[in-house]
Design a protein around this ligand. Structure first.
Ligand code: FES
Length: 154
């Protein structure tokens, strides 16, 4: 944890220990770890003299921040009504089975985080999956396998 606190210190000193740079500091930490580790937030709180609860408030306000470890690749399966009717749950089940995790979790190797969403606004082409920012339409079990094959290689 020592290395981590050194890194966090360097992120903060980059902004001259300014409280107003909190958002930028959190962005740097998120970028480094792919989430905001609690230890890092405690260090930020101590160094900037900002209550931890306020930092967590900021971290939970912005969806780009995560307090839970996240994978290198985020896979989002739409379970909105249209995608649900077209087989979204089957797609989700296959991702869960192949990755051996449930929705809302991250694989142990931190390669994948699996999430669900209520609608992505493109219902006509469902069931829709977003993997690493790329949209996949009319997905099937075969699509699940090809997505995993593509991102496992990287
Ligand atoms: S329900 Fe899936 S995109 Fe709208």
């Amino acid at each position: 944890m020592n290395v981590e606190s050194q890194k966090v210190k360097s992120f903060i000193s980059k902004y001259s220990n300014e409280k107003k740079a909190l958002l930028s500091i959190l962005q740097d930490i998120q970028e480094e770890y792919n989430y905001l580790p609690k230890e890092a937030l405690i260090n930020v709180s101590k160094i900037l003299d900002i209550p931890l609860i306020d930092i967590i408030g900021v971290a939970t306000f912005y969806s780009s921040f995560s307090l839970k470890p996240r994978g290198k690749y985020i896979i989002t399966v739409c379970l909105g009504t249209a995608c649900h009717v077209k087989g979204g749950p089957k797609i989700l089940n296959e991702f869960e089975r192949k990755l051996n995790i449930t929705a809302g979790s991250t694989t142990e190797d931190k390669q994948f985080t699996l999430e669900t969403v209520a609608c992505l606004g493109c219902c006509a082409i469902g069931p829709v999956v977003v993997a690493d920012g790329n949209y996949y339409s009319q997905t099937t079990i075969r699509t699940v396998h090809s997505i995993l094959k593509k991102y496992r290689k990287k």
